[in-house]
Design a protein around this ligand. Structure first.
Ligand code: FAD
Length: 533
């Protein structure tokens, strides 16, 4: 009874606010009555994201328990005379309101409320592992941490990751999903076999390389513009048990990038002769390495930039790992681990880092993959997690990375960063050019991720305004210096800027939009298209 009352209230709100012409009884017939919510807590959650830079309250929140729930709601929105918009929200870890919407409904794909929102008791499907075929079918709102836990039960794991696992499958596949494995396996979007997608017309379609292939490629990296991913079939490999995690420091940028580029040029080598993960970060702060990924450096043995002869006050840290299986008591097995670790040593010998700067640790594979969550818990305990995050993520072509270093790391940033700065190269041939994601036009390009937190502590260089200005300055510098960067997790507010972002791919992107979401009702928080109400 209470459920029906709440739903009627939600529908009335939709009717009043957007002039929805659907008869409430019609929406009731959709069968989503157990899941549509106007609970203030749900609305508040859906109106915010990790960036904490924008706020937009939806009219209602749907907690779907199946693809059919979503298809019915999208069909209703698409077919009515006065439509409402629909935004899938995974874990809401966008920066600029990409999963928000005002004149419509947020479809909350992740979280424990799936199907339980208003007492229906139904839940989205659990991950299903196909051990022999080496893939897993997962709900679009599944968090990667839960995908990992499910597949580990079969001794398997996905191949390509993000640094942080509390992100949804649909959310990262709508962008690309990258981490230190991308040089070898490609981004997460290169490791998907099949998707179920609810298009902007409310059709539920299965797509893959072979079936509805246009939709399949468009949705991968498609910023939620063509449909809502309800199921993804993700490729798996045997899961390693342990990881040797190594960090080494460089004072010369050219040595650092030469080594990174050398290490990612080895994907064709047998697994034993290459690393499994290649990343890196930039240290511009003087004194202690004081960012949230620094726990690796022992606090009892702080690294002083001044003692290492940093070039222009900046140091570069290469981060690499080697996966392995724990040895048993068996002698051959023990020998295998010894050989593998010798291989690591011989690979290290080919690199040109500061010899005294090797930091090594061994840990469980799962602990390595979940490393950022530990940092999250620490930051949360200090009240430093739920703060504004004016992040800037750029793909920088290899030919211009030295110019970027000079102008940004050694120039614009000064000696304050307000958060980690990641930098690592990837091979373009591991990215499928048919997907929607945009990358620079060179065989190798770098991710540069400025992951800053704004603090309201009276220090000008940590204020949101200062960091936003600095982001604008960096983009202007790239423009002026002819560095053709492409934003990753892009944020623009005009269609002109979006057309420039997509370049030659804009026409195809637009065509796909007209085909799969002709009334522009999906993922309006990206601000690419305006709904045609
Ligand atoms: P949301 O913010 O909920 O949604 C993002 C966009 O995807 C929205 O437009 C939304 O409408 C759309 N969307 C969501 N679900 C679906 C679906 N099922 N179907 C279709 N569209 C959908 N990215 C990396 O690549 N590598 C990293 O290492 C990495 N680390 C991160 C660490 C942190 C702490 C944070 C906050 C972000 C990180 N990201 C990283 C960025 C992250 O991948 C993206 O922001 C991603 O979109 C977040 O997923 P989400 O589930 O929170 O998506």
């Amino acid at each position: 009874m209470a459920t029906k009352l709440l739903l009627t209230f939600a529908i009335c709100r939709l009717i009043v606010t957007v002039g929805l012409t659907l008869d409430p009884t019609e929406l009731l017939r959709l069968g989503v009555d157990g899941q549509l919510s106007v609970d203030p807590t749900d609305l508040e959650t859906a109106s915010l994201d990790f960036g904490l830079l924008t706020r937009a309250e939806p009219l209602a929140v749907l907690h779907p328990s199946s693809a059919q729930d979503i298809a019915q709601l999208v069909k209703a929105a698409y077919g009515s005379n006065h439509m409402f918009t629909l935004s899938a929200r995974g874990h809401g870890h966008s920066i600029n309101g990409q999963a928000q919407t005002t004149n419509g409904v947020v479809i909350q794909m992740s979280g424990s409320k799936g199907g339980r929102g208003l007492a229906s008791g139904r839940k989205p499907p659990q991950p299903r592992v196909w051990a022999r075929e080496r893939y897993v079918d997962v709900w679009g709102g599944e968090l990667w941490i839960d995908v990992l836990m499910s597949t580990l039960e079969y001794g398997l794991a996905p191949k390509s990751w993000t640094d942080y696992l509390y992100l949804s499958v649909g959310g990262t596949l709508s962008n690309a999903g990258i981490s230190g494995q991308a040089f070898n396996h490609g981004p997460q979007i290169s490791n998907v076999y099949e998707l179920d997608v609810v298009t902007g017309k409310g059709e539920l379609l299965t797509c893959s390389e072979e079936q509805n292939s246009e939709l399949f490629h468009a949705v991968l990296g498609g910023l939620g513009q063509f449909g809502i991913i309800t199921r993804a079939r993700i490729s798996l490999e045997p899961a390693p048990q342990r990881v040797r995690w190594i960090r080494v420091l460089y004072s010369k940028f050219s040595d650092f990038t030469r080594d990174q580029e050398y290490l990612i040029s080895l994907p064709a080598q047998p697994a034993s002769q290459k690393f499994d993960y290649v990343e890196g970060f930039v240290i511009v702060d003087q004194g202690l390495i004081n960012n949230w990924r620094s726990s690796f450096f022992s606090p009892r043995n702080p690294v002083k930039i001044s003692s290492l002869g940093a070039d222009g006050g900046v140091l570069y840290c290469l981060e690499i790992t080697k996966n392995y299986h724990e040895s048993t008591a068996d002698a051959t097995d023990q020998l295998r681990v010894v050989f593998l670790l010798q291989e690591v040593e011989s690979l290290l010998k080919k690199l040109n880092f500061i010899p005294t700067s090797v930091f090594t640790t061994d840990l469980l594979y799962v602990d390595f993959l979940d490393r950022v969550h530990k940092a999250e818990l620490k930051l949360r305990s200090k009240g430093l997690w739920e703060v504004p995050h004016p992040w800037l993520n750029l793909f920088v072509p290899k030919s211009k990375i030295a110019d970027f270093d000079k102008g940004v790391f050694k120039g614009i940033l000064g000696n304050k960063t307000s958060g980690p700065i990641l930098i690592y190269p990837m091979n373009k041939n591991k990215w499928d050019h048919r997907s929607s994601v945009v990358t620079p036009d060179e065989d190798v390009f770098y991710l540069v991720a400025l992951l800053r937190s704004a603090l309201d502590n009276g220090e000008e260089t940590q204020s949101l305004e200062y960091l936003n200005n600095q982001n604008r300055q960096i983009l202007r510098f790239c423009d002026d210096a002819g560095i053709n960067v492409k934003q990753y997790l892009p944020h623009y507010t005009t269609q002109e800027e979006w057309m420039h972002h997509f370049g030659n791919n804009w026409d195809r992107f637009y065509q796909m939009k007209m085909e799969f979401d002709p009334r522009h009702i999906l993922a309006t928080g990206q601000q690419i298209f305006t709904p045609t109400f």
